[in-house]
Ligand binder design. Structure first.
Ligand code: NAD
Ligand code: WQD
Length: 339
């Protein structure tokens, strides 16, 4: 297959590009580089030995998408990663989030119709489940009740758009993948997560403390109703997540489908820090802070639908993820800007 990745220079997109190429597919990328670097694509090319055409454009630009895909086509499928993803920022700038995220998805679907592309895989999120009443979350768990942030709502809205588009076109194959907490890096250490500024998410924050760029980890609450009082999440290695996209493309059937991509294993903040300490070989300073507004106590999935429907399951552990995140962070202390 020839696969167009929107947002393919980003964290998950770059790892998926490697997995697709290694599975024998061709890849082209559209990315406006608003949260990434062209260096990520250069490194994907170095890891795989393949050439990856990159169009630097906003994927709300339907004409640019059509011209690029036509020039490098025929394209068989799209994986739509592009979008804004900072939860707090989405509360402060909701109109920008709806515009970029929903607008991008609509432009991609219009471009696909013009190019006669009938397969789309979409980056959705566990955040669509909000604060679940029952754990683990299955694909049948309720979504959208009390969704506190516009970011999560854009994911839910795009899922609904895909469902409607698939209902209207019996040949469309549309899959939403609800990622749990992606972490880790390519085992080579040459691509990884490179957030701008101070990281919002736990793993990149811990990695920056380990490399000496930040002073200490703040643990956001140790009084949750969890075994050690800190929040539990389902951390999935980005290489497993990447192979989940390959499986979704290869198994997608006509119609709309949704899959959780996670390990099913809850890991607490303290357990993640301990795993990172094993990976980097030293103790990491940490202090307990108040809970972060909007956080939930625990989030983890039942991943069995993906195993049945896609023949996929996560293989890597939190120790694998910390080892690979540490290799990436220590080899690239300034991320892709490291010279
Ligand atoms: P990322 O920011 O590293 O990647 C997104 C990419 O899209 C970036 O390269 C950015 O430059 C690009 N982009 C943003 N807006 C664009 C636009 N209008 N046109 C073209 N390119 C644009 O983020 P990521 O972690 O790789 O996430 C990829 C997708 O997965 C996103 O849709 C995100 O919401 C979703 N997701 C991420 C997580 C996570 O924790 N990382 C969890 C669940 C879902
Ligand atoms: C994990 C745990 C924190 C930072 C967010 C988005 C979600 C998804 C992934 C895209 C929690 C704790 C964190 C820190 C801490 N993105 N923590 N100190 O909140 O599960 O999910 O990113 O779809 O939508 O909400 O991930 O990594 O921020 O937090 O103690 O400095 O670590 O309280 O328990 P989260 P996270």
């Amino acid at each position: 297959m020839r696969v167009l990745l929107t947002g393919g220079a980003g964290y998950i997109g770059a790892h998926t590009a490697v997995a697709l190429i290694e599975a024998g597919h061709d890849v082209l990328v559209v990315d406006d580089l608003s949260n990434s670097s062209a260096e990520a694509i250069a490194r994907v090319e170095r890891i795989t030995g393949a050439s990856v055409p990159l169009l630097v454009a906003d994927c709300r630009d339907e004409e640019a998408l059509v011209a690029f895909a036509a020039a490098h086509g025929p394209v068989d499928a799209v994986i739509h990663f592009a979008g804004l993803k900072a939860v707090g920022e989405s509360v402060a700038e909701p109109v920008r989030y709806y515009d970029v995220n929903v607008g991008s998805a609509l432009a991609v679907l219009r471009a696909m119709a013009r190019l006669d592309i009938r397969t789309i895989v979409f980056s959705s999120s566990a955040t669509v489940y909000g604060d679940p009443e029952v754990l683990p979350m299955t694909e049948a768990s309720p979504t959208g009740i009390d969704l506190a942030n516009p970011y999560g709502k854009t994911k839910r809205i795009i899922e609904e758009i895909l469902q409607d588009a698939a209902a209207a076109d019996p040949q469309l194959r549309a899959v939403s993948l609800r990622y749990f907490n992606p972490v880790g890096a390519h085992p080579s250490g040459s691509i990884g997560e490179d957030p701008n500024g101070v990281p919002n998410n736990l793993m990149p924050y811990v990695a920056r403390v380990a490399v000496g760029a930040l002073e200490r980890i703040g643990i956001f609450g140790d009084d949750y109703d969890t075994p050690d009082g800190t929040g539990q999440r389902d951390y999935i290695h980005v290489a497993d997540l990447a192979s989940g996209h390959v499986a979704a493309l290869e198994h997608a059937r006509a119609g709309y489908d949704v899959y959780n991509l996670g390990t099913g294993i809850p890991v607490s903040v303290r357990e993640l820090i301990a795993a990172f300490e094993r990976a980097c070989g030293r103790d990491l300073p940490a202090v307990v802070l108040p809970r972060r507004p909007g956080d939930i106590a625990a989030s983890y999935c039942d991943p069995s639908k993906a195993e049945q429907g896609l023949g996929w399951r996560a293989e890597l552990t939190i120790d694998d993820a910390c080892r690979d995140a540490w290799r990436w962070q220590s080899q690239n202390p300034q991320g892709y800007a490291t010279v």
